[in-house]
Design a protein. Sequence first.
Length: 219
Amino acid sequence: MNRIKHITTILLFLTLSISMKAQSAWGIFGENADLVQFSGVVVTGDSLKPIPYTNIRVEGSTYGSVSNYEGFFSFVARRGDRILFTAVGFQDSYYDIPDTLSQNRYSLFQMMETDTILLTVTVIYPWPTVQDLEFAIVQHRVPENDYDRAMKNLALEEMKERARNLDYDGAMNYRYDMGEVVRKSYYNGQYMPVQLLNPFAWAKFIEAWKEGKFKKKKD
């Protein structure tokens, strides 16, 4: 019985709280008849796509809001306020809330036009001062740019030379060993072909001999 009384008391308290909040909210709009719940969506003017994180504020003040990821916004404004919409990559847009509204809610689809900004090319050099740059030009050879350095590193002959002098690591040895196992398993249950009569094998042997691959490397 006591538990029922407690639950009834809590429900009554919650009902009174909600009623008081509703009355206070109605009092805001009742006493200040010029207040309006200003809501809407900010979209692009050409494709009607939402513009997220648009800065929306009353002109001449810091009061306003920011649109969410879907371009939606909602805040309390006054009738006759001039609203400023700003977003990176778009031209500033304005909207005047009508001062003849008969309701305390107003919705809007605000379209914004794209604004193309062309910036000058900025080249960053690895020298802190102009004097250091002049000294590097006069006394030293100017370093190559990234493209020239990459083309030199990717030169075909240089890559082949590096590959010939590169020792096998663990992963390369493992792949070679597994390749031999697979090659031998291909002839499982039969005789492997004799490479002594294979002209292609002889051609590879002679080419490797000319390149000096069978010479003993000096320590």
